[in-house]
Design a protein around this ligand. Structure first.
Ligand code: ADP
Ligand code: ADP
Length: 229
């Protein structure tokens, strides 16, 4: 359950400038497929299409054979968790921001997710803890801390399909390694689309797609791609 397919997908933000062209690939249920490639290749765009921030221009995206345009937004977003590159948090409490993906989660569950994302100690050390409001007059979070709140939100939501869009890019290398390990265990047995900058962070992916200018130019396992270089 959770097989994702892109079938001849094309997309443009502006009519005159195609971004994705004839993109076809599959993420088999329960497997991790990684996408690497230079900045501007269209990796984030592909992630946004799967989460339906935008609709495809041509072709289709299916989950278990069903076109995602035929699924309600609510059930699509229950099935998919995304950790975007630039997280925008709500001007609300830390607890609300983490529990957003799973309303009704208990404080203990929120704290466990925050622990896994390594943000708990920081939150607990603030005067109002999880009740602190994030934002201008409340808790100022660094880029890395915001990213860890977004990771905690996704871990708590625990969806069958995961999208990590350079999910650890704002972290220092020690935190990056720790959280990558955490994300890897979260992705065990799930369908995962992992966007990465470096090939070395996606060594164990089932398959790696190399994108350039909106197209897949190479694909294979880590070993196969290394052999090409
Ligand atoms: P990557 O994730 O590989 O760096 P993106 O998917 O972010 O690539 O971007 C692909 C192309 O789409 C880039 O040329 C970028 O400038 C353009 N782009 C991204 N987001 C938008 C947007 N919201 N409106 C217009 N163009 C965009
Ligand atoms: P929903 O409310 O439908 O669950 P959200 O708008 O809360 O979806 O988005 C979920 C996550 O995706 C949030 O972390 C948010 O920061 C991020 N996000 C929202 N809009 C975009 C976008 N256009 N591109 C990339 N990420 C986004």
């Amino acid at each position: 359950e959770g097989c994702v397919r892109f079938e001849d997908v094309s997309f443009a933000y502006e009519a005159a400038r195609p971004i994705l062209q004839g993109l076809s690939f599959e993420v088999p249920a329960g497997k991790t497929v990684a996408v690497v490639g230079p900045s501007g290749a269209g990796k984030s765009t592909l992630a946004r299409l799967l989460y339906r921030f935008y609709d495809v221009g041509g072709g289709r995206i299916t989950i278990d054979g069903q076109d995602i345009r035929q699924v309600t937004q609510a059930s699509l977003r229950q099935a998919i968790g995304i950790v975007p590159q630039d997280t925008v948090l709500f001007n609300d409490t830390v607890e609300y921001n983490i529990a957003y993906g799973r309303p009704g989660a208990s404080r203990a569950e929120v704290e466990a997710a925050a622990r896994a994302a390594r943000i708990h100690d920081f939150i607990a050390a603030t005067p109002k803890g999880y009740a602190t409001v994030v934002g201008e007059r409340g808790l100022k979070l660094s880029g890395g801390e915001k990213q860890r709140v977004a990771i905690a939100r996704t871990l708590l939501k625990n969806p069958p399909i995961l999208i990590f869009d350079e999910a650890t890019s704002a972290l220092d290398s020690a935190n990056e390694r720790a959280i990558q390990a955490e994300l890897k265990s979260a992705a065990q047995g799930k369908t995962a689309l992992v966007i990465a900058h470096r090939l070395s962070t996606v060594v164990d992916a089932h398959r790696i797609l190399v994108m350039e200018q909106g197209r897949i130019v190479e694909q294979g396992t880590h070993a196969e791609l290394l052999a090409l270089q």
